[in-house]
Ligand binder design. Structure first.
Ligand SMILES: [Zn+2]
Length: 76
């Protein structure tokens, strides 16, 4: 395996696609204004009121009803 050299890398800032728990206090479900939880992998916020999850992109939750993904039974 050839290692890929990153030119001009100032430290390794791997973009974490996870949400800051503090944001949970700011963001709420756009539909029910209810509290949210974080998915196990941290990549989405879960609303149990409407049983949907909202994706997080670059640490920013997309709290749009359009973006809501219905939860599977395994997620609950
Ligand atoms: Zn909701």
């Amino acid at each position: 395996m050839a290692d890929q050299k990153q030119s001009g890398g100032t430290g390794s800032d791997t973009k974490k696609n996870t949400v800051d728990p503090e944001l949970l206090e700011i963001f709420a479900c756009p539909k029910y204004k209810s509290n949210l939880g974080i998915a196990d992998d941290g990549s989405s916020l879960i609303c149990r009121a409407c049983q949907s999850k909202y994706p997080v992109e670059e640490g920013i939750p997309l709290m749009l009803i359009d973006k809501a993904i219905p939860l599977c039974q395994e997620d609950l």
